[in-house]
Design a protein around this ligand. Structure first.
Ligand code: AMP
Ligand code: GLY
Length: 426
């Protein structure tokens, strides 16, 4: 079989490596892929993820048997709709279902109308009305979110009225996140441990994956700016079987039936960003795709063949499939370019260790080949994942391997998994 994967980060590398385990898979094309992915797939750097026309033409020209669309942008732009129209089976939601991520207003309205627990909120398309609401006795901190996709950056948490006024101005008037700031959601600030749960779903049946914990801030002890994610561990110790049961009944199944009721059944990987509040689990956000870097700790723990699961989602036969997990743990430490998520330099030569322990995998996120040499090309450069029976071992092995990778300006958080280990010891 010939497969196509749209995307070019660490998440796509993890998907590609897993798909490779299936002996029926011959060629995998990655659009655009990256320097490291080139070891596992045929990369096409000229075709970017938003170039839907070229992606579909390419898929037709290479007789692609199955396609996986991983990033949010092409999903929101209808890449899956277009591939389906061209007769190509694929994994991922259509544009209508992808609104669960691409419009926070859509997601919040869905939850409100279908009784799915989430933060209380109000929607505004007029900055004056938003400011009047904030001045009318809102409690702080409060959460201000741009409606649309904003590379994970469109969420501000003002601590007082002054900061809240500035947040509204930044998003709605200065349009710091572009048109995604035409409407905003102002919502209640929730507290509690955060859990990421990715789930395979064919619209009706659901198979939640192993839970995980992201580390979004740039600095140790959750300080500094928000990033795309500086590291992950799986499973998340706060996500006990009891919590999982509550989430299934109050959040996962109701979300699937809500999407069916809205006429846009969700097929693909649905990402539940949850907060375990004192009143129970609530949805912080939905993503219409695999998380990055959650995928880099979740897929290594998948025992069932990934292509088989993805085909069952596409064929709507997931209900008949057992999806099995190793029962172990995994940790991923992100190696970033110094300065990320703000200004950083690119083009630094990357030196990889000659050998790696069998339980360690390098997922390439932001690098490219230049005259046959691997050089940095992005903020997040590599994810170093180790799988092991215990989280402590996985973290030790991931950090040991992370120390053996070198490039100028290499930056990593030193405390990935610390909270998870503390929770396990409690
Ligand atoms: P999002 O892009 O929606 O995942 O938001 C980014 C981060 O902002 C989340 O991971 C949370 O840590 C935080 N956040 C978002 N919404 C809330 C909320 N209602 N209460 C507290 N923190 C929030
Ligand atoms: N790691 C968070 C995300 O993928 O959105």
């Amino acid at each position: 079989m010939n497969l196509l994967v749209v995307g070019g980060g660490g998440r796509e590398h993890a998907i590609i490596k897993k798909l490779r385990e299936n002996p029926r898979v011959e060629t995998i094309y990655a659009l655009p892929g990256n320097g490291g992915i080139a070891q596992d797939a045929v990369c096409v750097p000229e075709i970017g993820v938003k170039n839907i026309e070229k992606i579909v033409d390419f898929a037709k020209s290479r007789s692609i048997d199955f396609a996986v669309v991983a990033p949010d942008d092409p999903l929101a732009l209808g890449c899956v709709d277009r591939l389906h129209a061209a007769g190509i089976p694929c994994f991922g939601p259509d544009a209508k279902a992808a609104r669960i991520e691409s419009s926070k207003v859509f997601a919040k309205t869905l939850m409100k109308q279908h009784g799915i627990p989430t933060a209380q909120y109000r929607v505004f398309d007029d900055p004056a009305a938003a400011l009047a609401y904030l001045r009318g006795g809102t409690s702080f901190p409060v959460v201000v979110k741009a409606d649309g996709l904003a590379l994970g950056k469109g969420v501000l948490i003002p601590q007082n009225l002054q900061e809240a006024e500035a947040a509204v101005k930044t998003i709605m008037e200065d349009r710091a996140f572009g048109d995604s700031g035409r409407e905003i959601v102002i919502e209640e600030f929730l507290t509690g441990p955060e859990v990421s749960v990715l789930a395979f779903t064919d619209g009706t049946a659901i198979r939640p994956m192993v839970s995980s914990m992201d580390h979004k801030r740039a600095g140790d002890n959750d300080t500094g700016l928000n990033t795309g994610g500086m590291g992950t561990v799986a499973p998340n110790p706060y996500y006990t079987p009891e919590v999982a049961q509550i989430c299934m009944e109050t959040i996962f199944l109701p979300t699937l039936s809500a999407m069916r009721a809205e006429g846009c059944p969700f097929k693909g990987c649905l990402y539940f960003g949850l907060m375990l509040t004192p009143e129970g689990p609530k949805v912080i956000e939905y993503n219409c795709r695999f998380g990055d870097p959650e995928t880099q700790v979740v897929l290594p723990l998948l025992k069932t063949d990934l292509l088989t699961v993805m085909q069952a989602v596409e064929n709507e036969t997931l209900g008949a499939l057992d999806v099995e997990w190793t029962g172990g743990t995994a940790a991923c430490v992100i190696l970033a370019s110094g300065g990320y998520p703000e200004h950083y330099e690119k083009g630094k030569a990357i030196a990889l260790p000659d050998t790696l322990p069998e339980n360690v995998t390098l997922y390439h996120a932001g690098d490219k080949l230049e005259d046959g040499r691997l050089v940095t090309s992005g903020g997040r450069v590599l994810g170093v994942t180790a799988a092991a029976p215990t989280l402590k071992e996985a973290l030790t092995d991931a950090y040991t391997a992370a120390a053996a990778v070198e490039f100028e300006g290499k930056y990593l958080r030193r405390d990935i998994g610390r909270r998870a280990l503390d929770a396990l010891e409690d």
